[in-house]
Ligand binder design. Structure first.
Ligand code: ADQ
Length: 451
């Protein structure tokens, strides 16, 4: 079988990596014995002119360092201050500086140069996410003819958002050099087709075949999953339940997110406030446990969201707390996965309320962690890619606090039978469309894209 070479912005080099993309790629690489290439996380003034190889995994791992300037312009700049906000419908938070785009192109070109000497003619190359859109074009310039696929983990912007980019046409030029563009949800594929339509040289040849700038490519929908069996086992092992119950005595609603403005954390807090406001009998009966470690803290918008959520949690706690009860517990640290699984299992309600999200793996983890005989209820934003696959959740509009508060109340009151029926349907999807299914389906489509 052809070797799989996966390229992502970051490569985890520690012992106990976690996170959706990481688990997903490890699974795919372990079964095909491939190579994973990514940024080491180290910034140095003079990075080496070759990849650094690392022992100790069931597959090859190779990393590169970035200069502080590259990190600023390519990663914090164009990737996370231009593409991330635009793809999440927040063009108002975009910060466009010419050097960001230059840095983004430069780093992608450098990664291609570092990669090429280590490629074999029969490799399949799988490029991950928005930080690396231009990589296929750069590899093709250097003569690489192997199949190259891209998978976008975040939403693809529709025409209005695309038009806010400093270089909308270039985005499609970059994508046109891939054999296959993979998206999380049908919505993203539809956005891709709708946004590309304004290009002068574009044709949709069939549902999944496109011609852009004279090049034929395919695009498809491959919703990412979790390692469901492992997560279920983790949740069954966890005995957090008793400890937390004795700690609180209240029913737990849980939210677990990176502290990001796309995740709808303030909206969730306001809905919880509306719930408590409208129902004084819930005093001391429910609590919202929000686990949200900060990320990308040197980007202004991330400092703002941190201040906004802390301020709001403080205000709500000040308004409703009693001597024995703090309604919102806000934890800013990452939590080990086994502990997380235990917390999900005993939380009566899972709150996944992003304003925009490629998929959202927390929704799937929450479902996997439940006890099927007495499961909790998932409240899920219609703007998470996961909503297309998980209609048995309570689907809400996160912009409407009273609708979300109603869903919270409905979840609190939901009879056991209804909880079991909804959970059984959700669990089936999470187990059948797990991470192994995702990578197998994608790689199969990549193999066929050339034929
Ligand atoms: P993210 O935006 O990072 O991923 P998500 O899909 O929710 O969002 O994945 C986060 C992962 O990190 C989950 O596995 C979660 O359990 C874990 N995590 C989050 N907070 C944690 C904490 N405090 N402690 C421990 N673990 C924590 C991007 C896209 C998503 C898409 C994924 C995968 O934005 O839409 O689902 O990639 O494609």
């Amino acid at each position: 079988m052809a070797r799989l070479v996966a390229v992502s912005n970051r490569i985890p080099l520690g012992d106990n990596p976690s996170g959706g993309l990481v688990v997903a790629l490890e699974d795919a690489l372990r079964s095909s014995g491939g190579l994973w290439v990514g940024f080491s996380g180290e910034t140095v003034e003079n990075p080496a002119d070759d990849l650094a190889f690392h022992e100790g995994a069931a597959f090859g791992r190779a990393s590169f360092d970035l200069t502080p300037q590259d990190h600023e312009e390519y990663y914090l700049g164009y990737s996370n201050s231009v593409l991330w906000p635009v793809c999440h419908g927040r063009a108002d938070l975009m910060r466009i500086l010419p050097e960001y785009l230059e840095g983004y192109r430069r780093v992608n070109e450098r990664i291609a140069r570092l990669l090429v000497p280590h490629l074999r003619p029969d490799d399949r190359i799988w490029v991950q996410d928005y930080q690396l859109f231009p990589l296929a074009q750069e590899l093709r310039k250097l003569g690489v003819t192997a199949p190259i696929g891209h998978f976008l983990h975040i939403p693809f912007p529709g025409p209005t958002d695309c038009a806010t980019l400093p270089n909308p046409d270039e985005l499609f030029e970059w994508l046109s050099h891939y054999d296959l563009a993979g998206f999380q949800a049908q919505r993203d594929l539809d956005n891709f087709a709708a946004s590309a339509r304004s290009l002068s040289d574009f044709a949709q040849l069939s549902d999944d075949r496109f011609r852009i700038a004279g090049r034929d490519m395919r695009a498809g929908v491959f919703p990412i999953g979790i390692d469901a069996r492992a997560f279920i086992a983790e949740a069954e092992r966890a005995r957090e339940e008793d400890r937390m119950r004795s700690l609180t005595g209240a029913q737990i609603m849980i939210g677990v997110d990176r502290l990001d403005y796309s995740k709808g954390i303030p909206q969730r807090f306001r809905a919880f406030q509306a719930l408590l406001d409208g129902n004084p009998s819930l005093t001391e009966q429910v609590m919202l446990l929000q686990i949200a470690p900060p990320t990308r803290e040197s980007v202004d918008a991330y400092q703002q969201i941190r201040e906004e959520t802390e301020h709001l949690a403080g205000r709500i706690n000040g308004q409703f707390a009693t001597v024995n009860w703090t309604p919102i517990r806000f934890i800013h640290r990452p939590i080990p996965r086994n502990e997380l699984a235990g917390l999900f299992r005993q939380a009566r309600i899972g709150l996944v309320t992003p304003l925009a999200d490629g998929m959202n793996l927390v929704a799937k983890e929450y479902v996997a962690a439940q006890d099927p005989s007495d499961p909790g209820v998932l409240i899920l934003s219609r703007f998470a890619g996961a909503a297309e696959q998980m209609p048995e959740a309570l689907i809400i509009n996160p912009h409407d606090p009273s609708e979300m508060a109603q869903a919270m109340q409905q979840a609190i009151d939901m009879p056991l039978e209804e909880r079991q029926a909804r959970h059984a349907a959700l669990l089936r999807c999470v187990v059948e469309r797990d991470v192994g299914w995702w990578s197998a389906a994608y790689l199969e489509a990549l193999a066929q894209a050339r034929t």
